[in-house]
Design a protein around this ligand. Structure first.
Ligand SMILES: [Zn+2]
Length: 407
């Protein structure tokens, strides 16, 4: 009722203003602004009601980044960034002329700007992405530290799926995949780092987006001995539960389910916001040939089997053998890499468990046990190191006699 009256008044006003009514209808609105702090950049994402023309540039003294958006109106709060953000100090806005909305981001250091407009997809509107790229790459420091210690240690790349703009799947109680994957990844990494002779490299350490090829690049730069990408799936049928484990296939997917899952997981780049043209097809023949040559597919298969066995001890398993498809995140040729769907976040009971710290610990322990068994099989981890690790831990006790089967 009220809305109808307002519409009528608005229409009359617009008619009175003549030409103004046309531009009014087309005014792009900034409906929401989100900020994500990554180690090497801070990302601002503006949700838009329509595509816009814009210009992003930096100005010195003091350092600031200016974004001029043609004809836009601001309908969002700009104070959603972290107060201790390493880059962003403040965000202001104004109208230098009637046809321009200007956002000014005060930055703490000189940054490179990377900006692009994303078209609507998967329920997301037009998005303008502004990345404030730091010159000091914190990620490189982490990798450098990992490589230094590499001589003596086994490095496990732990990849928490999704993050930032890309929430991944979500459960009936709105628990998001990206939060579960990070929680389990952090616990898994902690347990790895407590194990003598082993060290974790986390591809993602907070709630920010990370392109799939960057995840692979971090694992490779750290010379990881294996890589585990952690996910939690969702389907329409709420009763479905159980873990599943995937490896890369050189021939394409093992079945339709695996193909669909790979498509879904590979869409992370598009949802999370990769600059158009930034992603080249990483599955070119040369990489696949390399993969086969290095035998890492066989190793990945063995690792996947161990993960199914160990995760099966803490919860249901959906498929009791590894499945295969073309997952971009698994394309580090020299590193046995697997993708684990921990469970179905779409199942309300499993969703509740997935967010419980105790269950997250159990899942992390299963991943560690599987990794250690795999490394032992490969002759990469001497039997003496197993069992030294977490005293009082059931799996450690189980392995006090070397060579004894773990299940
Ligand atoms: Zn996922």
């Amino acid at each position: 009722m009220h809305r109808a009256i307002y519409s009528t008044i608005l229409l009359v006003l617009c008619l009175m203003a003549g030409g103004v009514s046309i531009s009014f209808a087309a005014t792009p609105l900034i409906k929401e602004a989100r900020f994500w702090t990554a180690p090497d950049h801070t990302r601002a994402v503006l949700d838009l009601s329509a595509g816009v023309e814009y210009r992003a540039y930096s100005l010195p003294n003091p350092e600031r980044v200016v974004v001029d958006i043609k004809g836009a109106e601001l309908r969002a709060s700009l104070d959603g960034f972290e107060k201790n953000d390493p880059v962003l100090a403040a965000v202001r806005y104004g109208k230098p002329n009637p046809g321009t909305l200007r956002l000014v981001m005060d930055v703490r250091e000189k940054v490179q700007i990377r900006s692009f407009l994303l078209k609507p997809m998967q329920g997301k509107p037009y998005r303008l992405v502004i990345d404030l790229m730091r010159s000091v790459d914190e990620e490189k420091k982490v990798v450098a530290r990992a490589s230094e210690a590499k001589q003596k240690t086994i490095v496990i790349a732990v990849d928490a799926g999704h993050g930032g703009e890309d929430p991944g799947a979500s459960g009936p109680h709105r628990i998001r995949e990206k939060d579960i994957t990070l929680a389990v990844a952090l616990r898994f990494a902690e347990s790895i780092n407590k194990t003598p002779g082993m060290r974790a490299v986390l591809t993602r350490r907070g709630d920010y987006f990370l392109a799939l090829k960057k995840r692979v690049a971090i694992a490779r730069a750290a010379k990881a001995d294996l890589m585990i990408s952690i996910h939690a799936d969702a389907v329409k049928q709420r009763k479905v539960s159980g873990a599943s484990v995937y490896t890369l296939s050189e021939k394409g997917a093992s079945d339709r389910v695996a193909a669909l899952l790979a498509k879904k997981e590979n869409s992370s780049d598009a949802v999370g916001g990769v600059m158009p043209g930034e992603v080249e097809d990483p599955l070119v023949q040369s990489i696949l040939a390399d993969l086969i040559k290095r035998d890492s597919l066989n190793s990945a298969e063995m690792l996947a089997e161990q993960i199914i066995r160990h995760i099966g001890q803490v919860g249901p398993v959906k498929y009791d053998a590894p499945k295969h498809a073309r997952f971009v995140v698994l394309t580090a040729a020299e590193i046995p890499s697997v993708l684990v769907e921990l469970d179905y976040i779409s199942n309300p009971d499993r969703e509740r468990l997935l967010r419980s710290p105790a269950h997250q610990d159990r899942l992390a322990a299963a991943l560690l046990d599987a990794s250690r068994t795999f490394l032992k099989e490969q002759g990469r981890l001497p039997p003496t190191q197993i069992g030294q690790s977490r005293s009082g831990d059931r799996s450690a006790l189980r392995r006090t006699s070397p060579g004894q089967p773990t299940t």
